[in-house]
Design a protein around this ligand. Structure first.
Ligand SMILES: Cc1cc2nc3c(=O)[nH]c(=O)nc-3n(C[C@H](O)[C@H](O)[C@H](O)COP(=O)(O)OP(=O)(O)OC[C@H]3O[C@@H](n4cnc5c(N)ncnc54)[C@H](O)[C@@H]3O)c2cc1C
Length: 471
């Protein structure tokens, strides 16, 4: 490549870190900006009450189960190999292969599950999956020491003691997300990636640009302290805040809130401490509803094994809540003049009643030990949803010379790819249409994609909890 082109990466979450490291390895001079002082907080989710990055969290699920989306299944398997290698070389357990139990909506396998199993068969990894009702799978689970995690849960109200069908995925588990971010940030810094953190010098207020014909050219970024940082390429990986820096992206992305609640187990309570440890308890996900008539899978609730601090985290994905607010002048895509952006950190501390009800129903069935226990904490954590749940990693076509790049659109499943996402993204940044990554066609700039995945709903939808503030 031409001598050390410089890249300003905006955002030091999972997408920004992974991209920064991979670009550095390709020979770019990389500076990463983030408004949060991660050098001080070390990505600890409890150290900064203002932090809203989805990546700053105790844990996130690792799965390779992706229904018909074989490309994500393969990417997840590539990532899993990298996680296992990182665990080995670092001695840290950043990836925890606790297994994941995918509980079905009834005592039969759901449509999504059948698609997942078919694709696992296709890739020769079907033996890593154990279907509860299949005797052969149960035997294999036993032989591999997985049978204790093939848990049975009675279906409430069934008069013949039926239990939910379930598939135990021995490839699944979780990542210690914040710890992994810290690991990658320190690794990148040690290799020579420069980081500028803090709510003055690290907060990027705008992209510095000039007009070139009917396009623009990005020349760097301006931070809140007024300093201009020149760069050949600006790469924005700002998670659910990306549209606020690049309003062009509003055609592709919407911020929505995922509801999280935790319980805390006291270490002295030895029985619970052991029962919910990753050694004994898998990640559990429950599709509470079968696929609907329009082909949509909804109604998912999940729980992860306890953290070393005793936190048991439950997430509700059944409804992703939007927060529609007046959009800025000239924003290329708006719905009734509004767009959905993250709520303030303070307003993100409580979760809507619909989420509380679904989580409580889940707890009653799957975590009866906590049935009457108050939540230790609640939080809305902001997704960056794309039109089709695929990421948006590409040059912005309204800018010349490939000077503006985006790396975002995690859509609730990006964390697991931290070790390898950047390699694919850097290939696209460096090679554009000549990139060899098999993800290139899926991650393109694609304003023509049909408006789906809830992005068609707009401010009139009951999902919009920003109503009170905008009306
Ligand atoms: C509720 C929830 C559950 C999820 N569960 C899973 C899961 O189980 N498994 C999984 O694999 N993935 C999961 N995900 C997805 C995963 O967390 C995200 O895909 C990933 O963390 C996104 O990383 P990011 O770097 O794009 O964004 P973020 O983590 O949000 O980071 C963006 C960073 O950019 C910074 N920034 C933004 N704008 C600016 C600016 N102008 N100036 C300076 N800094 C800026 C922010 O401060 C932030 O640090 C989940 C997401 C959510 C919301």
């Amino acid at each position: 490549m031409s001598e050390s082109k410089s890249v300003a990466v905006v955002g030091a979450g999972i997408f920004g870190l992974s991209l920064a490291l991979a670009l550095h390895e390709k020979g770019y001079t990389v500076t990463v900006f983030d408004r949060h002082p991660y050098d001080e907080t070390q990505y600890d989710p409890d150290a900064d009450e203002n932090v809203q990055a989805a990546s700053v969290d105790h844990n996130k699920i690792f799965r390779a189960s992706y229904g018909t989306k074989l490309h994500y299944q393969r990417l997840a398997l590539e990532s899993r190999e990298a996680w296992v290698a990182i665990n080995k070389s670092s001695g840290a357990d950043l990836f925890v292969p606790s297994g994941m139990l995918r509980v079905q909506p009834s005592d039969e396998l759901g449509a999504l599950e059948k698609e997942t199993l078919a694709n696992m068969e296709r890739d020769g990894i079907r033996e890593t999956q154990f279907v509860k009702s299949l005797a052969g799978d149960r035997e294999r689970a036993k032989a591999g020491g997985w049978d204790a995690k093939l848990l049975e849960f009675p279906i409430p109200g069934s008069n013949d003691a039926r239990t939910y069908e379930a598939v135990l995925d021995s490839l699944g588990g979780f990542m210690r997300c914040s710890n992994a971010c810290l690991y990658f940030q320190q690794l990148a810094a040690s290799k020579g990636v420069r980081f500028i953190f803090g709510n003055e010098q690290g907060d990027v207020e705008s992209i510095v640009e000039e007009a070139v014909g009917d396009k623009k050219k990005a020349n760097g970024v301006r931070t809140k302290d007024g300093v201009i940082h020149k760069a050949h390429v600006v790469a924005v990986a700002g998670g659910s805040f990306t549209t606020q820096l690049i309003p062009d992206l509003s055609t592709h992305l919407e911020s929505s809130g995922g509801s999280l609640a935790t319980f805390k187990i006291d270490k002295e309570d030895k029985a619970l401490w052991e029962k919910y440890s990753p050694e004994q308890f898998p990640v559990i996900t429950w599709k509470s509803n079968p696929r609907n008539k329009t082909g949509k899978d909804t109604g998912s609730v999940y729980v992860l094994p306890r953290t070393p601090d005793g936190l048991v985290k439950i997430g509700f994905r059944g409804v992703k809540f939007t927060n529609f607010q007046p959009a800025p002048e000239g924003c290329p895509f708006v719905q009734d003049g509004k767009w959905s952006i993250p709520m303030s950190p303070k307003d993100s501390c409580t979760i809507p009643e619909a989420a509380v009800d679904s989580i409580r129903q889940f707890v009653k069935i799957f975590l009866p030990d906590f049935d009457q226990v108050p939540f230790y904490s609640t939080k809305l954590c902001w997704y960056t949803d794309s039109l089709d749940n695929s990421f948006v990693i590409d040059h912005v076509p309204t800018y010349t010379d490939n000077s503006l790049f985006v790396c975002t659109g995690g859509s609730g499943h990006g964390a697991k790819f931290l070790p390898i996402l950047g390699k694919h993204a850097a290939d696209i940044l460096h090679n554009g249409d000549k990139a060899t990554s098999f993800l290139r066609p899926f991650w393109r700039w694609r304003p023509e994609a049909p408006r789906r995945n809830g992005l068609e709903d707009g401010p009139g939808s009951p999902r919009n909890i920003g109503q009170a503030q905008v009306e």
